[in-house]
Design a protein around this ligand. Structure first.
Ligand SMILES: Cc1cc2nc3c(=O)[nH]c(=O)nc-3n(C[C@H](O)[C@H](O)[C@H](O)COP(=O)(O)O)c2cc1C
Length: 259
């Protein structure tokens, strides 16, 4: 049996490590994007060019994703009928009703096995792919994410992780459906935020929305039970009064904890 030691840092710790030269980055522009992104509730009538939407969605798919399994989907709702239904399912809120474009970010924990298979095929077709990476997707992910038919592996995983965890650091999740959902939603939310920052970088605005009827949205998009609605995001150009007041955050000292 091949023993896959994915997290063995001993070689890297021994070697001298030199920073790689990277092209310069204009950090001010990045912070301008972050600072000027606001949740917009009323949009102007200006349309959003199709290429802007496509570039922002492509950027979203470059977000980091756990085990690179990409358990996300972006549903761009373009037909008038579906848009109307989606606005209704978003409780008719102005951020949806006045939007030029609407997308829904969907978490797909149920597709991890399909994507794992794609990953193995991709790596095996590349003669330079490291054996360690192939083993990771052939062995590790299959242990970590597989819950067995109807979740039969769950109690055994719990027992294994708990007993092993007494002796050494051991990943404790995912061992039930809730963990799998959290796992997929984390990855999907990073894609959603990347999308919103890209939209802002293109000179447009957005609003994330979870004030929606997820059951109706799933039905509208033709999604199976295992899919989860992460958030809907509206896109357009902010109109006068479209941002409800200045940005407010609690004092960072409550949230940035150094220890
Ligand atoms: C997951 C999530 C769900 C949200 N849902 C809604 C929503 O349904 N409707 C809405 O108007 N704003 C929604 N918001 C926007 C927040 O209210 C907003 O981000 C927050 O007030 C901070 O304002 P800012 O985004 O302008 O910095 C949501 C934000 C997040 C992250």
């Amino acid at each position: 049996m091949v023993k896959v030691k994915m997290f063995d840092a001993s070689d890297a710790l021994k070697a001298r490590k030199v920073a790689v030269e990277m092209p310069p980055i204009n950090s001010k522009e990045f912070y301008d994007v972050v600072d000027s992104r606001r949740s917009v509730r009323i949009y102007a009538d200006d349309p959003v060019p199709e290429e802007v939407m496509r570039r922002a969605m492509e950027a979203a798919l470059k977000a980091p994703t756990s085990s690179n399994l990409q358990v996300w989907e972006i549903h761009w709702v373009r037909s008038d009928d579906k848009k109307k239904a989606l606005i209704k399912a978003c409780l008719g809120q102005p951020a949806a009703a006045t939007a030029q474009e609407l997308v829904v970010f969907v978490a797909r924990p149920d597709l991890w096995k399909r994507n794992n298979g794609w990953m193995i095929r991709h790596l095996e077709s590349n003669s330079e792919a490291p054996g360690k990476a192939i083993q990771y997707f052939k062995k590790i992910t299959k242990i970590v994410y597989n819950q067995g038919p109807l979740g039969v592996f769950r109690p055994f995983k719990w027992l294994w992780f708990t007993v092993r965890g007494f002796r050494k650091p051991t990943p404790r999740e995912p061992i039930h459906k809730g963990h799998m959902d959290t796992w997929a939603h984390k990855t999907t939310a990073l894609a959603a935020q990347t999308f919103m920052l890209a939209v802002r970088a293109e000179g447009f605005d957005s609003c994330p929305m979870e004030g929606l009827d997820s059951k109706r949205v799933k039905r509208l998009l033709g999604l199976p039970r295992g899919a989860g609605i992460n958030m809907a995001i509206s896109v357009g150009k902010r109109a006068e009064g479209g941002v409800y007041g200045p940005r407010f955050r609690f004092d960072a000292k409550h949230f940035i904890i150094e220890q």
